[in-house]
Design a protein around this ligand. Structure first.
Ligand code: FAD
Length: 385
């Protein structure tokens, strides 16, 4: 008798969330096919950091040492004005989760490449690059994914028990399922400038938020000699004003950075979103990562939340697929992950307010008050609910 399923799990989209799901499922012997529209890894450095919890997830499928080779330990964060006043600083304590640092800087394309290589070597799953998912249909027993090979135009169907939509912020699967993406998009365009470092400068590896109402700037050392600046455009400025690399230099020069310090690698524009899908599960299909939620980058948690989603739903799927838990167990995916994502979305929003100097004097003085000797330091206001 022909088995009605081609595979246990179909993974739609193979960015950080998809590859984390593949590794987690594969390490537990679950079969999967991943579909990825692009042939190559998205070339832009987007996420800049991972923490020790994310490293624990990588460790769970044996990829932590390999990804660490392309990471640098992050020392501290500081919020500072152009006049040199340090408003707030977070020095990272050692991790309590084993041998890892608390935070690392990464270079996202390199990290993704290592995770893909790990999945290829250590799982039995397959990945179909250059293949776009164009249909997702389901019934009581499974999901049928229709995909088109973008080179040949050939369309195939794959029958899976469950599917994970890891297809990013504009998730076509979310659209196909009729799921709403609730929330807001902030009306400020940011230019993100990625550079290669030619010569080191003092404190380059301190993640610095230049805090200012008019021109707040994020200044981040990425791993492997990359450096990034993120700068919001003023209301009178447009993307067209900064289309060519030559038009970007005045922004960097205003920060005291010259052609002797860095070479511009690429730049891109983006807006911040605070959005969440109204449902993360539709029958046998689960939304994962940016497909389920989008947040500003201030807490460095967009990609990491997606990796946590992928880990959560994937280990739960293994329990349901081998009969240890009923299908209803999978409902705990959204119950557990949604509040955590909401916390980080709200934290990101508040951290953004420090950079734009939008905290009141009272909030700011609470933030900067030195701890009283003998008493534990007050909880930073930015994580008060
Ligand atoms: C400028 C910028 C800065 C950021 N900074 C940070 C940060 O500091 N920290 C942080 O944690 N996060 C940050 N992020 C967010 C982070 O990059 C994303 O959260 C992360 O990449 C999301 O991973 P994902 O796998 O869910 O989605 P994606 O990375 O978007 O991957 C989705 C994949 O699905 C594929 N796909 C889409 N549709 C289909 C289809 N129909 N068929 C097949 N494949 C499909 C796409 O080609 C893509 O490869 C930033 C994002 C941007 C844009």
């Amino acid at each position: 008798m022909t088995h009605p399923y081609d595979v246990d799990v179909a993974i739609i989209g193979y960015g950080p969330s998809g590859v984390a799901a593949a590794n987690t499922l594969g390490a537990r012997g679950v079969s999967f096919t991943a579909f990825e529209r692009d042939r190559d890894i998205y070339p832009r450095a987007r996420a800049v950091t991972v923490n020790d919890w994310t490293m624990r997830i990588f460790q769970s499928f044996g990829a932590d040492e390999a990804v660490k080779r392309d990471m640098d330990v992050m020392r501290a964060l500081r919020w500072i004005t152009y006049a040199g006043e340090e408003l707030y600083r977070v020095d990272f304590p050692p991790s309590t989760l084993g041998g890892n640092a608390r935070f690392y800087t990464i270079y996202q394309p390199l990290m993704e490449a290592t995770l893909r290589e790990h999945a290829e070597r250590h799982t039995g799953g397959s990945v179909r690059y250059g293949t776009e998912v164009v249909g997702v249909e389901q019934d009581a027993d499974g999901v049928t994914v229709t995909a088109r090979d973008l080179t040949t135009g050939r369309t195939t169907t794959t029958r899976a028990r469950y599917a994970l939509a890891c297809d990013g912020g504009s998730s076509p699967t979310r659209e196909l399922l009729g799921v709403q993406l609730d929330g807001d998009t902030l009306d400020v365009t940011w230019v993100v400038i990625d550079t290669y470092v030619k010569r080191w400068w003092p404190d380059r590896n301190l993640l610095t938020f230049w805090s200012d109402r008019d021109r707040p700037v994020v200044d981040i050392a990425l791993a492997r000699g990359h450096h990034r600046w993120e700068i919001p455009l003023r209301p009178e400025e447009s993307r067209a004003d900064f289309a060519a690399p030559g038009q970007i230099w005045p922004l960097l020069k205003a920060m005291g950075v010259s052609e002797d310090d860095v070479e511009i690698h690429q730049h891109a524009f983006y807006k911040h979103h605070l959005r969440t899908a109204d449902r993360w599960r539709v029958g046998r299909v689960f939304l994962v990562g940016d497909a389920a939620h989008l947040m500003p980058p201030w807490a460095g948690s967009g990609m990491q939340s997606g990796i946590r989603d992928a880990f959560d739903i994937s280990w739960k799927l293994t329990y349901v697929l081998d009969g240890r838990m009923p299908d209803a167990f999978l409902d705990t995916y959204e119950t557990e992950r949604r509040p955590n994502v909401a916390l980080y979305t709200s934290l990101s929003d508040q951290l953004g307010k420090i950079v734009r100097l939008e905290l009141s004097e009272e909030e700011m003085s609470e933030l900067t008050a030195p701890p009283v000797a003998g008493e534990p330091a007050a909880e930073p206001p930015l994580i008060r609910r």
